[in-house]
Design a protein around this ligand. Structure first.
Ligand code: ZN
Length: 149
């Protein structure tokens, strides 16, 4: 493989958010393509890497690796779990597990994490196009369930 070919340049996995200074994680382009509202989607630069900021107190959801662009929560078609503490916000976007639904399931002695894992293992999840963080929700679900105890 030619290490100098533009397509093989490895982008850093983490870059600091220009708004809060915390580390943001690289996010697949397909996530922005599926979740940004049209007028904002029309401004992205597909040859540049984008990053997701998980800081709850920071308004920026996505930013470009060069810090030339930021996208706030209202530029997305869906609310963002990390930025919004309401009970009706999804923790698991693929299978619509909101905070409220998780609370209900736990109070009825159900095992939502096992249910979600089964779906993931059956290759039914689509985190890249459903979840604003562009990655699997299981870590968030686990952390949220732990916070309820
Ligand atoms: Zn931030």
């Amino acid at each position: 493989m030619d290490c100098c070919a533009p397509s093989s340049i490895v982008e850093p996995a983490k870059i600091n958010c220009p708004s809060c200074g915390e580390k943001g994680k690289s996010v697949p382009l397909i996530t922005l393509k599926s979740l940004l509202k049209a007028s904002f989607l029309e401004t992205i630069e597909p040859d540049k890497p984008y990053y997701f900021c998980p800081t709850s107190s920071c308004n920026t959801v996505y930013f470009s690796g060069t810090h030339s662009q930021t996208f706030e929560e209202d530029t997305l078609k869906v609310p963002v779990f990390q930025k919004n503490s309401n009970l009706d916000i999804p923790v698991c976007y693929c299978f619509d597990w909101t905070r409220d639904r998780l609370i209900q399931a736990v109070s009825h002695n159900q095992q939502p994490i096992e249910h979600i894992k089964d779906q993931v293992q059956s290759n039914r999840c689509g985190c890249e196009v459903n979840n604003p963080q562009g990655a699997c929700c299981l870590g968030n679900v686990t952390a949220y369930l732990r916070s309820l105890k």
